[in-house]
Design a protein around this ligand. Structure first.
Ligand SMILES: O=C(O)CCC(=O)C(=O)O
Length: 263
Protein backbone atom coordinates (compact mmCIF):
# COMPACT_ATOMS: atom_id res chain seq x y z
CA UNK A 1 0.00 0.00 0.00
CA UNK A 2 1.30 3.46 -0.85
CA UNK A 3 1.30 5.27 2.50
CA UNK A 4 0.80 8.62 0.77
CA UNK A 5 -2.40 7.69 -0.93
CA UNK A 6 -5.06 5.16 -0.06
CA UNK A 7 -7.41 3.87 -2.73
CA UNK A 8 -11.12 3.03 -2.77
CA UNK A 9 -10.24 -0.46 -1.54
CA UNK A 10 -8.74 0.85 1.72
CA UNK A 11 -11.68 3.23 2.25
CA UNK A 12 -14.07 0.29 1.81
CA UNK A 13 -11.93 -1.85 4.15
CA UNK A 14 -12.11 0.79 6.91
CA UNK A 15 -15.84 1.24 6.49
CA UNK A 16 -16.47 -2.52 6.72
CA UNK A 17 -13.97 -3.36 9.45
CA UNK A 18 -13.63 -0.17 11.50
CA UNK A 19 -9.85 -0.10 11.30
CA UNK A 20 -7.02 0.21 8.80
CA UNK A 21 -3.31 -0.48 9.21
CA UNK A 22 -0.65 1.37 7.17
CA UNK A 23 2.86 0.08 7.81
CA UNK A 24 5.84 2.35 7.10
CA UNK A 25 3.88 5.61 7.14
CA UNK A 26 6.69 7.53 8.85
CA UNK A 27 10.43 6.89 8.72
CA UNK A 28 12.52 5.68 11.67
CA UNK A 29 14.21 9.11 11.73
CA UNK A 30 10.80 10.73 12.10
CA UNK A 31 9.95 8.38 14.97
CA UNK A 32 13.21 9.11 16.68
CA UNK A 33 12.34 12.83 16.57
CA UNK A 34 8.78 12.21 17.78
CA UNK A 35 9.98 9.80 20.49
CA UNK A 36 12.39 12.40 21.86
CA UNK A 37 9.60 14.98 21.87
CA UNK A 38 7.26 12.63 23.75
CA UNK A 39 9.96 11.84 26.32
CA UNK A 40 10.36 15.58 26.84
CA UNK A 41 6.65 16.06 27.44
CA UNK A 42 6.59 13.27 30.01
CA UNK A 43 9.55 14.83 31.80
CA UNK A 44 8.14 18.38 31.68
CA UNK A 45 4.42 17.87 31.97
CA UNK A 46 3.89 15.16 34.53
CA UNK A 47 1.06 17.21 35.97
CA UNK A 48 -0.77 16.82 32.69
CA UNK A 49 -0.81 13.05 32.79
CA UNK A 50 -4.47 12.23 32.67
CA UNK A 51 -6.43 9.70 34.62
CA UNK A 52 -9.78 11.36 35.13
CA UNK A 53 -8.46 12.97 38.33
CA UNK A 54 -6.59 9.76 39.12
CA UNK A 55 -3.06 10.92 38.33
CA UNK A 56 -1.78 9.20 41.43
CA UNK A 57 -3.70 6.01 40.79
CA UNK A 58 -1.02 3.39 40.25
CA UNK A 59 -3.37 1.01 38.48
CA UNK A 60 -4.21 3.64 35.90
CA UNK A 61 -0.60 4.60 35.38
CA UNK A 62 0.25 0.94 34.78
CA UNK A 63 -2.13 0.96 31.81
CA UNK A 64 -0.55 4.07 30.37
CA UNK A 65 0.56 7.59 31.03
CA UNK A 66 -1.59 9.70 28.77
CA UNK A 67 -1.31 13.37 27.98
CA UNK A 68 -3.47 15.28 25.56
CA UNK A 69 -3.38 18.47 23.51
CA UNK A 70 0.39 18.34 23.25
CA UNK A 71 0.27 20.10 19.87
CA UNK A 72 -0.64 23.32 21.64
CA UNK A 73 2.73 23.50 23.41
CA UNK A 74 5.14 21.37 21.40
CA UNK A 75 6.01 22.29 17.84
CA UNK A 76 7.57 18.94 17.00
CA UNK A 77 4.48 17.07 18.14
CA UNK A 78 2.28 19.51 16.22
CA UNK A 79 4.10 18.56 13.03
CA UNK A 80 2.86 14.96 13.46
CA UNK A 81 -0.54 15.76 14.94
CA UNK A 82 -1.29 18.08 12.02
CA UNK A 83 0.23 15.79 9.37
CA UNK A 84 -1.83 16.54 6.25
CA UNK A 85 -1.48 13.02 4.78
CA UNK A 86 -2.83 11.41 7.95
CA UNK A 87 -5.71 13.88 8.16
CA UNK A 88 -6.62 13.34 4.51
CA UNK A 89 -6.82 9.58 5.04
CA UNK A 90 -9.02 10.16 8.08
CA UNK A 91 -11.24 12.46 5.98
CA UNK A 92 -11.62 9.93 3.22
CA UNK A 93 -12.35 6.89 5.39
CA UNK A 94 -14.88 8.86 7.44
CA UNK A 95 -16.51 10.09 4.24
CA UNK A 96 -16.67 13.74 5.22
CA UNK A 97 -16.00 17.08 3.56
CA UNK A 98 -13.99 18.53 6.40
CA UNK A 99 -12.51 17.42 9.67
CA UNK A 100 -11.02 19.09 12.72
CA UNK A 101 -8.74 17.77 15.45
CA UNK A 102 -10.40 16.84 18.74
CA UNK A 103 -7.06 16.41 20.52
CA UNK A 104 -3.82 14.55 20.23
CA UNK A 105 -2.85 12.01 22.81
CA UNK A 106 0.55 10.79 23.97
CA UNK A 107 0.06 7.17 25.13
CA UNK A 108 3.04 5.74 26.96
CA UNK A 109 2.61 2.24 28.33
CA UNK A 110 5.28 1.64 30.97
CA UNK A 111 7.15 -1.67 30.75
CA UNK A 112 7.66 -4.38 33.35
CA UNK A 113 5.82 -6.99 35.39
CA UNK A 114 3.39 -4.38 36.74
CA UNK A 115 2.28 -3.20 33.30
CA UNK A 116 -1.43 -3.65 32.65
CA UNK A 117 -3.46 -4.30 29.53
CA UNK A 118 -5.62 -1.53 28.09
CA UNK A 119 -9.06 -3.12 28.58
CA UNK A 120 -11.30 -3.80 25.60
CA UNK A 121 -13.22 -0.58 25.04
CA UNK A 122 -14.65 1.87 22.54
CA UNK A 123 -13.54 5.51 22.48
CA UNK A 124 -16.82 7.13 21.48
CA UNK A 125 -18.46 6.82 24.95
CA UNK A 126 -15.77 9.12 26.41
CA UNK A 127 -16.12 11.83 23.78
CA UNK A 128 -18.48 14.83 24.07
CA UNK A 129 -20.11 14.25 20.71
CA UNK A 130 -23.72 13.83 19.61
CA UNK A 131 -23.18 11.67 16.57
CA UNK A 132 -20.63 8.90 16.12
CA UNK A 133 -18.08 9.09 13.30
CA UNK A 134 -15.00 10.55 14.98
CA UNK A 135 -11.91 8.37 14.60
CA UNK A 136 -8.28 8.06 15.65
CA UNK A 137 -4.92 7.60 14.02
CA UNK A 138 -2.44 5.78 16.30
CA UNK A 139 1.23 6.20 15.42
CA UNK A 140 3.66 3.53 16.63
CA UNK A 141 6.65 5.51 17.84
CA UNK A 142 8.42 2.27 18.85
CA UNK A 143 8.24 -1.14 17.19
CA UNK A 144 5.07 -2.65 18.65
CA UNK A 145 4.40 -6.35 19.28
CA UNK A 146 2.20 -8.35 21.67
CA UNK A 147 5.17 -8.29 24.06
CA UNK A 148 5.15 -4.51 24.52
CA UNK A 149 1.48 -3.63 24.07
CA UNK A 150 0.47 -3.40 20.43
CA UNK A 151 -3.14 -2.58 19.61
CA UNK A 152 -5.77 -5.19 18.75
CA UNK A 153 -9.15 -4.62 17.08
CA UNK A 154 -12.34 -6.61 16.65
CA UNK A 155 -13.17 -6.26 12.95
CA UNK A 156 -16.65 -4.89 12.26
CA UNK A 157 -17.38 -4.06 15.93
CA UNK A 158 -17.93 -0.36 15.11
CA UNK A 159 -21.26 -1.40 13.60
CA UNK A 160 -22.74 -1.87 17.09
CA UNK A 161 -22.68 1.88 17.61
CA UNK A 162 -21.85 3.55 20.91
CA UNK A 163 -22.13 1.33 24.01
CA UNK A 164 -21.29 2.12 27.68
CA UNK A 165 -17.88 3.43 28.76
CA UNK A 166 -15.55 0.81 30.25
CA UNK A 167 -13.15 1.51 33.16
CA UNK A 168 -9.78 1.18 31.49
CA UNK A 169 -7.81 -0.04 34.49
CA UNK A 170 -10.37 -2.20 36.35
CA UNK A 171 -9.41 -5.86 36.09
CA UNK A 172 -11.93 -7.82 34.06
CA UNK A 173 -13.85 -4.80 32.71
CA UNK A 174 -14.49 -5.21 29.00
CA UNK A 175 -16.85 -3.90 26.37
CA UNK A 176 -17.13 -7.50 25.19
CA UNK A 177 -19.29 -8.16 28.28
CA UNK A 178 -21.81 -5.61 26.99
CA UNK A 179 -22.67 -7.81 24.09
CA UNK A 180 -22.68 -11.14 25.94
CA UNK A 181 -26.18 -12.55 26.16
CA UNK A 182 -27.54 -10.15 23.53
CA UNK A 183 -28.57 -10.92 19.98
CA UNK A 184 -25.54 -9.10 18.71
CA UNK A 185 -23.31 -11.44 16.77
CA UNK A 186 -19.70 -10.48 16.56
CA UNK A 187 -16.68 -12.23 15.19
CA UNK A 188 -14.62 -11.92 18.37
CA UNK A 189 -11.33 -13.03 16.89
CA UNK A 190 -9.12 -9.94 17.29
CA UNK A 191 -6.66 -8.74 14.72
CA UNK A 192 -3.25 -8.00 16.22
CA UNK A 193 -1.59 -4.82 14.99
CA UNK A 194 2.10 -5.61 15.35
CA UNK A 195 4.16 -3.16 13.29
CA UNK A 196 7.47 -1.40 13.11
CA UNK A 197 8.00 2.13 14.40
CA UNK A 198 6.43 4.56 11.92
CA UNK A 199 3.43 2.36 11.17
CA UNK A 200 -0.04 3.81 11.74
CA UNK A 201 -3.45 2.35 12.47
CA UNK A 202 -6.77 4.15 12.12
CA UNK A 203 -9.80 3.11 14.15
CA UNK A 204 -13.41 4.27 14.28
CA UNK A 205 -14.59 5.60 17.68
CA UNK A 206 -16.91 2.61 18.12
CA UNK A 207 -14.37 -0.10 17.19
CA UNK A 208 -13.58 -2.41 20.12
CA UNK A 209 -9.87 -2.25 20.86
CA UNK A 210 -7.36 -3.46 23.41
CA UNK A 211 -3.62 -3.46 24.05
CA UNK A 212 -1.60 -6.17 25.80
CA UNK A 213 0.52 -5.30 28.86
CA UNK A 214 4.06 -4.19 28.11
CA UNK A 215 6.32 -6.97 29.42
CA UNK A 216 9.54 -5.44 28.10
CA UNK A 217 11.82 -3.14 30.05
CA UNK A 218 11.21 -0.09 27.80
CA UNK A 219 8.12 2.11 27.62
CA UNK A 220 5.88 1.61 24.57
CA UNK A 221 5.31 5.05 23.08
CA UNK A 222 2.48 6.04 20.75
CA UNK A 223 0.85 9.26 19.59
CA UNK A 224 -2.85 9.15 18.74
CA UNK A 225 -4.72 11.92 16.92
CA UNK A 226 -8.49 12.13 17.15
CA UNK A 227 -10.41 13.65 14.25
CA UNK A 228 -13.99 14.94 14.16
CA UNK A 229 -15.89 15.00 10.83
CA UNK A 230 -18.12 18.01 10.16
CA UNK A 231 -21.26 15.87 10.61
CA UNK A 232 -20.49 15.38 14.33
CA UNK A 233 -21.68 18.06 16.79
CA UNK A 234 -20.58 18.95 20.31
CA UNK A 235 -22.95 17.55 22.99
CA UNK A 236 -22.19 19.96 25.84
CA UNK A 237 -19.98 17.71 27.99
CA UNK A 238 -16.39 18.51 29.03
CA UNK A 239 -14.16 19.15 26.01
CA UNK A 240 -10.71 17.55 26.35
CA UNK A 241 -9.57 19.92 23.58
CA UNK A 242 -9.87 22.72 26.15
CA UNK A 243 -12.51 24.95 24.52
CA UNK A 244 -15.03 26.25 27.07
CA UNK A 245 -16.96 28.31 24.51
CA UNK A 246 -18.32 25.47 22.37
CA UNK A 247 -22.10 25.37 22.10
CA UNK A 248 -24.03 22.11 22.43
CA UNK A 249 -25.62 21.06 19.14
CA UNK A 250 -23.08 22.97 17.07
CA UNK A 251 -20.03 21.69 15.19
CA UNK A 252 -16.56 21.76 16.72
CA UNK A 253 -14.28 24.55 15.49
CA UNK A 254 -12.22 27.54 16.61
CA UNK A 255 -8.55 27.78 17.51
CA UNK A 256 -8.47 24.64 19.68
CA UNK A 257 -10.15 22.51 17.01
CA UNK A 258 -8.57 23.66 13.75
CA UNK A 259 -9.50 22.13 10.40
CA UNK A 260 -6.86 19.56 9.37
CA UNK A 261 -8.34 18.40 6.06
CA UNK A 262 -11.03 19.53 3.65
CA UNK A 263 -11.90 18.33 0.20
O1 LIG B 1 -2.31 2.87 23.47
C1 LIG B 1 -3.08 2.11 24.07
O2 LIG B 1 -2.70 1.24 24.85
C2 LIG B 1 -4.55 2.23 23.83
C3 LIG B 1 -4.88 3.37 22.96
C4 LIG B 1 -6.31 3.61 22.78
O3 LIG B 1 -7.14 3.04 23.43
C5 LIG B 1 -6.70 4.59 21.76
O4 LIG B 1 -5.85 5.20 21.10
O5 LIG B 1 -7.92 4.77 21.56
Amino acid sequence: MNPNHIGAEEVEFFQQNGYLQIPGFFSREDMSELGDALDKTVAEKRERILGGGRETDDDYNRVFNQMDNLWVDYEVIRKYSFDARLAEIARRVSDCKRLVIYHDHGLIKPGGEQSKATNWHQDAPYWPMEQVGALSAWIAVDDVTVDNGCMQFIPGSHKFGRLDPVPLSTAGASVLKDIEGTDIEVEVEPVVMEMEAGGVTFHHGCTFHYATPNRTSSPRRALAIIYIPEYVNYNGRWDAGGDRTLKAGEPFGGPLHPILASG
